[in-house]
Every structure is written in C-alpha cells, then in structure tokens.
Design a protein around this ligand. Sequence first.
Ligand code: IPD
Ligand code: CA
Ligand code: CA
Ligand code: CA
Length: 266
Amino acid sequence: MNWNEIDTYVKHWLEEAGNRITASFQNELNIETKSDRNDLVTNIDKETEQYFIKNIQSKFPDHHILGEEGYGEKLESMDGIVWIIDPIDGTVNFVHQQRNFVISIGIYQNGVGRLGYIYDVVQKELYSVEAGKGAFFNGTRLAPLEEPPLSDAIIGMNATWLLSNKLVPVENLHALVRDIRATRSYGSAALECIYVATGRTDAYLTMRLCPWDFAAGKIFIEELGGVVTDVFGNSLNMLEKSSVFACKPGLHKEILDNYLLRGISK
Ligand code: IPD
Ligand code: CA
Ligand code: CA
Ligand code: CA
C-alpha cells in the first residue's frame, strides 16, 4: 500500500473540506436532531462526509468507508483498508460556537491503525500520524508521552459522570476527581484524544463513543506510547460503541486499579 499517496490526498481533501466548512459560516445551517435534543446533525456534517466519500471512492475504489452520517458502508468486518470518518466531531460546538470541532479520519488495514488525521478547521491545526513513523502537529513531530504523578494529572471528562451510571461507581469518580489536579471538557472526543496525545491533558475518560469518535485519536495516542481501552481496561472493537479510557501507560494502570475498577469484580 502506498501510504504516502493516501497521505497526500487526505491532506489536500482536509484543506478543501475545511475551507468549505469555514465558508459555510456565512450561511444559515440546516440543523436536525438525531437520537435526542443534544445530538445534532447539520447539512454541513452530511456534505463533508459525502465530499470525502466521493473523493475516496474515486481514487481508492477498493477501500471501505465507515462514516458517522451513514453515507459509507454498513461494515461487519475490518478486513482490507477501512476509512473511519467523523466529518464534524463536536457538532454541538460547531452549531453553538463555530469553533472547537474537528474533522477526524482513521485509516485501518485489517483492523490495525495505519494513518490518522485530526483537523481543527478554525485554528487550521492539522494533526497527522503514521503508525510506526511518528505523529505530527502542523508538520512538527510530537514527543513521546511523559508520565505525570496522578496528583498533577488533568483528565478530560464531562459532567455526565456526575450522574449515576452503569459503568463506574460515582464514589470512585469522586475520589479520582479529588485526587487529580483538574478536569477539562472540550465537547469533541477527537479533540480530547489529541489533547492527550500532545500532553495538554493526561487522560480522557468517557462513557459512550462510536468508532468514528476515537478511530483517529487511538492511533495517535498509541503511537506516542499511550494506552486506549474501555473503562474496564478491555481493548476497543472498531465496529462497536464503547466507553473509552485513553491515558499514559503507568497512569492508565494506576487509575484503572485504584479508581475505575475499585470494588468491581472483573
Ligand atoms: C460527539 C462528541 C462529544 C462526545 C459525543 C460524540 P459528534 O460527536 O465527540 O464530545 O461526548 O459522545 O457523539 O456527534 O459531535 O460527532
Ligand atoms: Ca453526531
Ligand atoms: Ca463524533
Ligand atoms: Ca460527527
């Protein structure tokens, strides 16, 4: 597989898609709700996904595509080359803030992450990774992840963890939040993952994501020495919804053992 050729096309398509998205700020959005009133989709999410699919199919007709808005395929296997696309990750931010959203693309070969892209359209910040060859921020290589002590850690997690949930006892989460330095919540899973990859935060903990939310971010974090699992420490299935716990390796074990799994029989 000529990964360089794919990389050149993706970077060109990301730039063009980004320009179309920023140009759309002038126009009125067509906003629909999906599963509930917090789950929005716009004409721009749909148009962006269609733009990528049209281009991928014309250059790489034998590749498979899984996209959030459903214009790709209904995949039952990760065999071959699979593009996993979130055309706008952080749609609520896109609609309300016109910032803090990204395009996220993970490219897998037989289930193994090969190329990843997270593009912050408004900031014009492009993160790219090729597994085994390094991760980059606007072309500058990102350093391997360093471990902070738990007491200095910043964890990306949102306020839904305040509610009782079926995954982690709320008192375990209270203890975790008390013991770390701070929490953050950015409203885009891919942005949260790239913040872990760049060391701006130390972990990301979330209850329920779809593969397109974490497909690219997982490749970045693993390339830089981090660990991405569900909140029980199991590896993620790229075709299923899951909780996600992305973190630096030693901290990942410490948080799993002392907080997330505390009092839970595995
Ligand atoms: C959402 C964002 C958000 C996460 C949600 C996702 P979308 O993706 O990543 O941060 O908490 O679970 O659905 O719908 O904006 O692409
Ligand atoms: Ca969505
Ligand atoms: Ca998403
Ligand atoms: Ca989306």
